[in-house]
Every structure is written in C-alpha cells, then in structure tokens.
Write a protein of this length. Structure first.
Length: 441
C-alpha cells in the first residue's frame, strides 16, 4: 500500500502491485532493476519476462528484476471511467463538422472520468509514480535503483532522477521523450512527420509486393488507396466485420501498425481488408485487425481500455492543455498539406482540454545524472528529436542512435552495436566515451 496523496502520508492509501524475479547470478548481484513499459498506463508486472525474451543477451541475471503496475492501472488500484469507446486517440476528421463530433467525444470521455472519480484522479501522476518507485526501493532495502524504461517510461525515469538524484544507479532509457515537451501538444505533434515517413516506407514496401496485396505498384498508388479510404469513411463508415470505421478511427488503426517495420505485412493486410470491406465485401477481419478495432472501438473492462483511461489520467494530471477547440482546429488545418493522414490525428483535441488543472507543476528535468539513451531515427511514436531533447536536458547522458530503422523500442532490433553499449553499461556501469551511431545488423 502507498499513500494516495504523499502530502498526507498517513491518509488514504491505494495499492501498487510489483513482481520480482531474483538475480540468477547472486554472487555478482547489482541490486534491483525496476522497469516500465511506457504508456503511460502500461502494465509492467510481466515486463521482466518480456525483457528477457526480447534481449536474452543482456545481463539481466545480475539484478533482481522488479515489474510494476503503476498506480491507476492493472492489479494496482485502477482508474475506471466507464468510457463508451476503447481509446481517446482519434483523428479530427475531414471537416469542421467532423471535428465538432470529435470535440463532443473528447468532452464526454473527460466528463465520464470526472463523474466516476472517487478522489483518485488528481493523484494519478508521474510525480506520484516516481514517489511510489522510491518507496519500493526503500521497502526492498536498497540504497539505489537501477532502471530500464521505454517510451513514457523514459520520462518517468528522468523525473525520478530529478526528484531523487542520490538514489539512482544505472538507467537505460529507450525511445525517449523530451522532458521539456512531455505532456504538451508539441510532443504529440512531433509524431506527425515520422508517421508520414513510416507510411511512405510502408507504401514503398507494399508497392514492391503488388502481386500479393493488390494496392498499387508505386508509393503514390498505395497512398491514394489510403487517402481514398479515409475520404470514403468520412462520407459513410466502412463496415469491417462487426465494426464501423469512420475517418476519426481509420488513421488510428494505421497508427497502431506503424510502430515497427517488422509489422508491414500486418499493416498491408489490414489496408487490403479495409479496402475489400469498402468495396462491399463481407469477409471477416483477421484476428490481428479484429484485436486492433476492438481495442479502439469497444468499451470493455479489459487491460486495453483500463490502460487508455489511466494514460489519460496521468497525462492530463501532469500537464495542463489548451482549452479552446479553435486552437486545435487551426493546427489540424495547418497540418494537412504536409501530413494529410496523420496531421489531423496528432493535432486533434484530447480529453485534457476538459480536465481540471494539475495539482502539482510539471517536473523541470535538468540534471547531470549519467543515463544511457537509445533512440531510433525512424521512431514514429517517440520522434528522434525527443531523444535528442532528453540527451540535452540530461547533460551527463550518452545517446546511442540507431539509424534508418522504423521501430518504437530500439533495443528489440538486432544490432550488435546497440547491444554492446547496453550490455556493457548494465554489466560494468561504463557509459560509452562518446555518443554512438549504430545500425541494425
């Protein structure tokens, strides 16, 4: 149990669930290594097992590996808002009328969270999760904490270094978020350009396999299919199995497939299935596409929607957002020329526009804690500039750049250069002498 509000340490408590995999090399044990998968709102109890599978050569056995469901999600005391859909990340749509529908949707999602709140929401924040981590450190009897964070988890790690500078040891931050931009609309807007570049790469890949997917023989052909589907969905939702997919959700579907170029086959198949459905074919979606559509459009109490609700609570509770819908609409319109598919998605309004002001200020991260940052230049979710920003604000950090790979989670890509840097750091504590540039093997 941890305090709901650390300003009242003897007041109401909530639960935070952790897991522990003990060091397999106890003779050389280096303490505990806590991990976070990102989100925010990502469940992390099984993350130690997933890390071991994704990077079996890393010296995980030197540490007691600690997984954690952060406050507000999973087996910790969860946030439940009763949302009518599975996610809030939707596109503004084709025109002002469609944008108005999105404004109403986002306002409704925020209102549901606030109506269901029992006093938890103001305290589901990154600051408090960092405090929870330090309490875990204390309870486990450790002087310092080692850490492996991905995506939002890099921001959480950076906040911990700022709040508890004398209690950090070795920290690996993969697919980093610029602390100066975290929570702001600029951070989400940064995704627009790399997402469009990833879509270009998908279009090239698909066009080279025109005999398999039938979506055209050039990038322009495949792009035209995608744009045509979005335009058709704006006029009339496309019935894909049991789901009606309109122009608010089709870009969100594509977004989910572009995190990793190793999923291009899944992405191309999804576009093919949606195109068939748009042409009137009644075939059921694949299990993969079914899962994607269900996660976006279906209101359930499963992990996915709980994560989306918790994610919203954390981001909105950390940083205030602009209130005027017109501000978002201007950004949407300005983005369409260069980012026709994803500009209306990453510039759209969110529930944070209708959320109460945060109870604590955002943490101003700027310190000389040694950390290792790993960033892919083609990351569509944590844009490369975000990692550069993290490197700049953490002045003793080293940046390992993985070039020319589209992936969110650089450590999952086979690269002896990246692996050697991370392995050496986790095993011996030695950061590279200078920043590194790596390539996939």
């Amino acid at each position: 149990m941890v305090p709901l509000d650390y300003a009242e340490p003897k007041g109401r408590t909530i639960s935070v669930a952790i897991s522990r995999v003990r060091a397999t090399d106890p003779t050389h044990r280096r303490g505990i290594l806590l991990s976070n998968p990102g989100g925010p709102g990502g469940r992390g109890l099984d993350l130690p097992v997933r890390l071991g599978r994704a990077a079996p050569s890393y010296p995980w056995g030197l540490y007691d590996l600690i997984g954690m469901d952060p406050r507000g999600v999973g087996r910790s005391t969860p946030v439940h808002c009763g949302w009518s859909i599975g996610d809030s990340f939707q596109s503004a749509g084709a025109d002002l009328v469609r944008f108005g529908e999105s404004v109403a949707t986002q306002a409704d999602l925020a209102a549901r969270c606030l109506a269901a709140d029992n006093g938890m929401l103001p305290h589901i924040t990154t600051r408090n999760t960092a405090r929870d981590i330090d309490l875990v450190r204390t309870l486990l009897g450790e002087d310092r904490i080692n850490y492996f964070g991905m995506s939002y988890g890099t921001y959480l790690g950076a906040v911990y270094t700022q709040m508890f500078p004398d209690r950090t040891d070795r920290m690996v931050l993969d697919s980093a978020v610029d602390p100066a931009r975290y929570g702001s609309d600029a951070m989400i807007q940064d995704q627009g350009a790399p997402l469009e570049e990833a879509l270009d790469a998908l279009a090239d890949w698909t066009a080279a396999r025109a005999d398999r997917y039938g979506l055209g023989t050039t990038r322009s052909d495949v792009r035209a299919v995608v744009s045509g589907l979005i335009e058709q969905a704006a006029r009339q939702p496309i019935r894909v199995g049991a789901y009606d997919v309109d122009d608010h959700w089709l870009p969100s579907v594509l977004f989910g497939y572009l995190h990793d170029s190793r999923r291009f086959d899944d992405a191309a198949n999804a576009v093919r299935q949606i195109a068939d459905a748009a042409a009137g074919q009644l075939a059921e979606p694949s299990a993969d596409l079914e899962q994607t559509l269900s996660g976006l459009l279906t209101a359930t109490t499963d992990d996915a929607i709980a994560s989306a609700e918790s994610s919203t609570a954390v981001v909105c509770g950390d940083v205030g957002a602009p209130r005027d819908p017109a501000w978002y609409w201007r950004n949407v319109e300005a983005s369409r020329a260069d980012q026709p598919v994803f500009g209306p998605l990453v510039n759209n309004i969110s529930p944070c526009a209708f959320w109460p002001a945060p109870v604590e200020p955002r943490v101003d991260v700027h310190n000389a804690t040694p950390v290792l940052i790993v960033q892919a230049t083609g990351d569509p979710v944590a844009a490369y500039r975000e990692g550069v920003g993290m490197h700049r604000t953490m002045t003793a950090s080293r940046l390992v750049t993985l070039r020319d790979v589209i992936v969110h989670g650089a450590f999952t890509v086979p690269s002896s250069c990246v692996s050697q840097a991370v392995e050496t750091y986790l095993r011996d504590g030695g950061l590279p002498a200078a920043d590194l540039t790596c390539h996939a093997d």
